[in-house]
Design a protein around this ligand. Structure first.
Ligand SMILES: NC(=O)c1ccc[n+]([C@@H]2O[C@H](COP(=O)([O-])OP(=O)(O)OC[C@H]3O[C@@H](n4cnc5c(N)ncnc54)[C@H](O)[C@@H]3O)[C@@H](O)[C@H]2O)c1
Ligand SMILES: [Zn+2]
Length: 352
């Protein structure tokens, strides 16, 4: 499977990935190599990683979960690196899902003003989404990704065999981002994804998704225009995700599950504001509802979610900017929305 050259990095796939990793390591005289895992990737991914690599490394471990994606966990890893005498010529390899690659990337980017890092995403979401674009960072309380920097890893290795041990629910969460790639860029890809019923062999579709995201990021690295389209479903989706993170009485909602709802709500807004056809709205709603659980939002939930919108990083000058669909595969960016339309969108979702 062909490597994908990104802005100032590259994504390598399967066997080629480990060849590139070894080439990189033999070309760079790293003083020490650290591998960051959490308890799940230590159990499920580290054994395969160890089988594939021929160099010595020091293992660092954090606790899994979005609630640990914070500055305290960074402190722990910075301290570990420091106590283990990491220096500017050390390498950090992040072996884990998006939480771990975001946090590990941020730790590496800031430790001694920046050391090299390599990401090996082990969840579908991290493979198709967190693997391109160089976003690193952590949450601030329940507010997602408020602290961070953009910095490219030396390379990203996508090895779908790691997905064999990932829970079905996590696979669905990542699949939501792939469906998003179809909605914003390609009706053909959307149609292809809709036919997927099992997740046993996603290699080619993962490659397609990484290509789509990369094309968008390459054209607009600083998120002035086209890159904003990747936020489709995320403006409302992130607010929903934050609300569920904040409220202990609620079941957890995974990132993909939250943005799946965001994508239905924003498809409704697209029908009202940017000409998305009723047929496409029905298609989008049906597709997501058949794959993701429906959530009951109370009036209070909706109020809190709307109040969280103002923390969205895409806001500027107090305006909330949305990416909406003109049709499947075609977007319009920077759409401003009057607040009464949001309750209409939630009402549409409720009555589906
Ligand atoms: N940087 C970016 O561009 C970008 C893009 C999208 C999402 N993100 C971030 O990614 C995060 C979500 O990532 P995620 O969905 O990967 O969640 P995650 O990192 O929390 O991983 C989900 C769970 O799966 C476990 N796990 C990971 N790999 C496994 C494997 N192969 N087998 C068994 N268990 C495994 C993890 O330990 C964790 O418990 C969010 O914080 C989001 O903000 C970043
Ligand atoms: Zn996302």
């Amino acid at each position: 499977m062909e490597s994908i050259v990104t802005e100032s990095s590259a994504v390598h796939f399967n066997e080629q990935a480990f060849t590139e990793l070894h080439n990189h390591i033999s070309l760079n005289s790293y003083s020490k190599i650290f591998v960051l895992v959490d308890e799940n990737t230590e159990t499920h991914c580290l054994p395969h990683f160890k089988d594939k690599v021929n160099f010595e490394f020091i293992l660092l471990k954090i606790t899994s979960g979005e609630i640990h994606k914070n500055i305290e966990t960074c402190m722990q890893v910075w301290n570990d690196l420091s106590n283990l005498n990491a220096d500017r010529k050390s390498l950090l390899i992040n072996l884990g899902g998006g939480v771990l690659t975001d946090l590990g990337g941020f730790v590496a980017s800031t430790f001694k003003r920046g050391i090299n890092f390599i990401n090996i995403p082990t969840t579908l979401l991290a493979m198709v989404d967190a693997s391109v674009g160089g976003k690193t960072g952590v949450d601030l309380g329940v507010l997602k990704n408020q602290i961070g920097v953009i910095n490219q890893p030396q390379m990203v290795l996508v090895v779908p065999i790691f997905l064999k041990t990932l829970e079905e629910r996590q696979l669905h969460s990542g699949f939501a981002e792939m469906l998003k790639h179809g909605l914003i860029e390609s009706d053909a890809y959307w149609q292809k994804l809709k036919l997927v019923t099992d997740f046993d062999n996603l290699d080619t579709l993962i490659h397609d998704s990484v290509l789509i995201k990369n094309e968008v990021v390459l054209e607009d690295p600083t998120e002035q225009n086209r890159r904003k389209t990747l936020n489709y479903g995320h403006t409302l989706g992130h607010a929903i995700e934050s609300h569920f993170l904040e409220d202990d009485s609620k079941d957890t909602l995974l990132h993909g599950e939250a943005i799946a709802i965001g994508m239905i709500l924003e498809a409704y807004l697209s029908k009202v504001l940017t000409g998305l056809s009723q047929t496409s709205l029905n298609d989008i709603s049906r597709t997501f509802l058949s794959r993701y659980k429906k959530v009951n939002f109370s009036e209070t939930d909706i109020e809190v979610i709307l109040s969280l919108l103002k923390f969205d990083k895409k806001n500027s000058h107090g305006n909330i900017n949305f990416v909406l669909l003109k049709s499947i595969g075609e977007t319009e960016i920077d759409v401003k929305i009057e607040s009464n339309l949001f309750s209409e969108a939630f009402s549409y979702y409720k009555h589906l």
